[in-house]
Design a protein around this ligand. Structure first.
Ligand code: G6P
Length: 372
């Protein structure tokens, strides 16, 4: 009903708007005054976390994209090798698992059958399973060794938005906690990131306040057939998520690519006026990445692409090559997906609405898929 939607035209719009609070709620009580992670609720003994020699993340759909991003954070901050796999592929390839493997199962609903079967398989092999889940008492956390709940609140729209941002937050917390428990060379960086993470809800809020040009752009592209998305590093899974949202909601052909792969195929798709969304990493920090993506933007634009560039405030290098520029607040590279995904959600939602689609209940999709 209209009341349940809190004055918004759809649950999806309401849930997009709730993201700053969802992020803040998921952080609440998990960082102490001294900037240390306090994840006591993760009842996996410290010894297990210290001795883990591999992390394997399993998930489906949008949660899988959160897992892809988590891999960058986990490997960087903990130096533990991390694999990410679609839950539906996982157990059928006879994965290598043992007592020293920490499996992270990410699921908003806690009921996705593919993810549940993957975690059962992992436990049968002796691995420890930690669920990242948004639904109290659902099957996946009940069958796991431990759970870190995301506090997004109920997500009604089929396409996941606020749950995704909170999955990212939970994964960052876990990665930082693993780093803290094991002791890492990144002690100072971890402190700085924890501080940035604690304020990131405000950055998400600022992004939401500047979305009108993105909505206007989305409406202007309503009759397009294809939109491509490019990113590097954590921007690559963000590109995949932007494309997934557009498929789910707008029923358009949308694909996400690693920008470095352009020359190995996707650039053949670029033609006059093709919209290409590019997620640009921060020019600070890993500047090599930034320079490379700026050349990628030049390459596609020279071939006629209409470039939609998502770049940090103050990043001037992209300005000459951006047909449309979407500014996001500066964040540490690994945290950028929390702000960079938001314009892509708004873009997909508005474009789908302009095409006359029902955004809360896209055709052929279910909120929670309880069959394999
Ligand atoms: C369905 C939903 C997606 C979701 C996926 C995984 O396909 O439509 O939005 O990402 O399931 O769901 P889960 O509840 O396991 O996160």
């Amino acid at each position: 009903s209209a009341a349940e939607k809190g004055g918004y035209a759809s649950f999806m719009l309401k849930e997009i708007a709730e993201q700053p609070k969802a992020v803040a709620d998921t952080l609440l009580g998990r960082i102490d005054g001294a900037g240390r992670l306090t994840l006591d609720e993760v009842r996996i003994p410290g010894a297990v976390l210290r001795e883990a020699d591999k992390v394997v993340i399993v998930a489906c759909g949008t949660a899988f994209h959160a897992g892809l991003i988590a891999k960058y954070a986990i490997e960087h901050w903990t130096r533990i090798p991390c694999e990410v796999e679609l839950a539906s592929e996982f157990r059928y390839r006879d994965p290598i698992l043992d007592q020293r493997t920490l499996v992270i199962a990410i699921s908003q609903s806690g009921e996705t059958m593919d993810t549940l079967m993957a975690l059962r398989h992992a436990r049968e092999q002796g691995a420890k399973v930690l669920a990242v889940c948004n639904t109290n008492g659902s099957t996946i956390p009940r069958e796991s060794d431990a759970v870190l709940y995301t506090h997004a609140g109920p997500e009604v729209a089929v396409a996941s938005t606020k749950a995704f941002l909170t999955q990212l937050v939970a994964c960052y917390l876990l990665a930082l906690y693993l780093g803290q428990v094991r002791g890492t060379q990144w002690g100072d960086e971890i402190h700085a990131v924890v501080r940035d993470l604690a304020r990131i809800g405000d950055d998400v809020e600022r992004v939401l306040e500047t979305m009108e040009p993105v909505r206007a752009l989305a409406r202007s592209l309503a009759d397009k057939d294809t939109v491509l998305f490019l990113g590097r590093h954590v921007g690559y899974p963000v590109a995949l998520e932007g494309a997934l949202k557009l498929k789910e909601l707008a029923y358009m052909h949308a694909e996400g690519f690693a920008a470095g792969e352009l020359k190995h195929g996707p650039i053949a798709l670029v033609e006059e006026d093709l919209p290409v969304v590019v997620v640009v990493p921060s020019p600070r920090g890993r500047s090599v990445l930034h320079d490379k993506i700026v050349s990628n933007i030049q390459e596609i634009r020279a071939r006629g692409a209409r470039t939609i560039v998502i770049a940090e405030e103050g990043d001037d290098a992209v300005v000459p090559y951006a047909d449309h520029l979407v500014r996001i607040p500066a964040t540490p590279t690994l945290l950028q997906p929390l702000v960079a995904t938001v314009p892509l959600q708004v873009f997909a939602c508005e474009l789908a609405t302009a095409r006359g689609n029902e955004v809360d209940q896209p055709r052929n999709l279910a909120k929670s898929v309880t069959v394999e």
